[in-house]
Design a binder for this molecule. Structure first.
Ligand SMILES: [Fe+2]
Ligand SMILES: [Fe+2]
Length: 493
């Protein structure tokens, strides 16, 4: 979009906001195409009247065409707007981690360095624990005499019913799981993922290592940081703009709610405190993401998908900052960490002036509350390898990621990972809020005072999801208060 067109769009939206008119993306495009400074106010006033008369809350393309066509004189009707509480509160955003695109060398040496970095980072977390003593490197542990006991740190190569194959940078061996092991150890082994780094408490018998317990690097128990300011964040994801199943009506209902508040006093208050929106990837449906996807698309051009979404987001009040990261459907590199959405597409969104585009994953502080935002592609692998994780219980997979201190431990399965030296997917800094998406199921929970939110979707069930047996929970937004950490959910239907 050119500068002039951007200015026209902003001018139309400012006037539409003032008059309480909510436009669907096509309606906004027609107004931009037919822009006329002198008649704009009259046209929008007429649209406001039409919206009040009609049953829908959103002005459609047909209504705009009709009104522009008739081009009649009309009196201005001004909507009643309350002053949102969040508008007067100063923005406090700190981007703690966001990764840019850089030359990727994925040769064997780079991959070795990558896994060495993973081992080294997670080993130092484990070594700082009081229960990791006496510690022996794996080779040394294997040479200890019978009846010795100790702790070692390993990367899981493979897990089987009665043993795990483990390795470190120097050695590889089997650790046997005693037949009479307790439920607690079985449960922990169930959570182990290939390529994760954990501590093992062992004993030696007949020159073989036996597992006594598994020690996860885990997150420390600490309290949730709160903000002084009474503002809130909407956590959402998986809009999938461009899909035939995108719930435009529900999404626009949320936009309207942000502009005007809900009917009840509680909702008015809740809506007026929203200062930020975080969208954890899959902003658009993309092109060619899965076989036969084109049959399920409404908008078959990637730029048009971002333009349509931009037209929706541009109607969100300006004082609300929107942070976006890419998902596997977006215009970005596929392997994680995914750098931000490609410039030529991000610019379409950024044209609105209130959008910040970051990488997947990223870490952001809002008024001192730290958010780890990650699209969540690796949940598919976690659901495959961990016993208690599944698509409909994403909070369990999130808990496992925190316990293993890694966002995507499994290498070489469904999740493409950039393995060039440094492992940026290790959860080094402990967040206050862990926000993911991808599985299209809204779930929230708490693990060691960390708020877990998998934010659902704005897409109704697709044929592809039917085949996979995924039952999405669309049109729900999570609202998190930075002041007290409470999480509410609002359904827009
Ligand atoms: Fe998605
Ligand atoms: Fe996704």
């Amino acid at each position: 979009m050119g500068q002039e067109e951007g200015a026209v769009k902003r001018r139309i939206l400012a006037e539409a906001t003032r008059l309480g008119v909510l436009l669907n993306p096509e309606a906004l495009s027609i107004l931009i195409e037919n822009y006329d400074e002198k008649s704009l106010q009259m046209v929008l006033s007429k649209l406001a009247e039409e919206a009040k008369k009609g049953s829908g809350i959103v002005v459609s393309k047909e209504t705009v065409e009709n009104v522009i066509g008739k081009s009649r004189e009309a009196n201005i009707s001004i909507g009643v707007h309350t002053q949102p509480l969040a508008k007067d509160i100063e923005e406090k955003i700190e981007i703690l981690k966001s990764y840019d695109a850089k030359q990727v060398s994925d040769d064997l040496e780079a991959r070795k360095q990558y896994f060495a970095d993973r081992c080294s980072k997670i080993s130092s977390m484990l070594r700082s624990r009081a229960d990791m003593s006496p510690y022996y490197p794996l080779r040394k542990a294997c040479s200890l005499p019978d009846r010795s006991e100790g702790k070692t740190i390993v990367m899981v190569y493979e897990k089987r019913e009665n043993y795990i194959v483990v390795e470190d940078m120097d050695f590889m061996t089997k650790i046997l799981i005693p037949k009479d092991c307790d439920k607690y150890l079985r449960e922990k082994i169930g959570r182990l993922l290939p390529d994760s780094v954990v501590g093992v408490s062992f004993y030696v018998s007949n020159s073989r290592l036996f597992c006594k317990s598994i020690i996860f690097p885990d997150v420390p128990i600490r309290s949730f940081n709160t903000a002084e300011e009474d503002v809130s964040v909407i956590l959402t994801s998986d809009i999938h703009y461009g899909s035939q199943k995108f719930s435009e009506k529900a999404f626009l209902k949320m936009v309207k709610w942000l502009r005007e508040g809900g009917v009840t006093e509680r909702e008015q208050e809740m809506s007026s405190r929203i200062k930020y929106i975080i969208i954890a990837g899959d902003l658009v449906d993309g092109i060619g993401i899965y076989p036969q996807q084109e049959k399920e698309l409404n908008v078959r051009d990637l730029k048009k998908q971002y333009t349509g979404l931009s037209n929706l987001l541009s109607q969100i009040p300006e004082h609300i900052k929107i942070i976006v990261i890419p998902g596997n459907h977006d215009a970005a590199l596929r392997a994680i960490p995914q750098p931000p959405i490609f410039d030529e597409y991000a610019e379409i969104l950024e044209d609105n002036g209130n959008i910040i585009s970051l990488s997947n994953p990223c870490m952001v502080s809002l008024h001192g509350v730290k958010f780890l935002v990650y699209h969540g592609t690796s949940m598919e692998d976690i659901a495959t390898f961990a016993k208690n994780a599944s698509y409909d219980r994403p909070e369990n997979a999130m808990e496992i990621m925190l316990q293993l201190r890694h966002l995507a431990p499994v290498y070489g399965s469904r999740t493409p990972i950039i393995t060039n030296g440094e492992d940026k997917l290790v959860i080094e800094e402990v967040p206050d809020v862990f926000h993911t998406g991808h599985v299209h199921v809204f779930r929230s929970g708490v693990y060691r005072e960390i708020k877990l939110i998998n934010s659902g979707t704005w897409q109704e069930r697709t044929k592809y999801q039917e085949q996979l047996g995924i039952m999405p929970t669309p049109n729900i937004a999570a609202i998190l208060s930075l002041k007290n950490g409470s999480v509410s959910q609002v359904r827009f239907e």
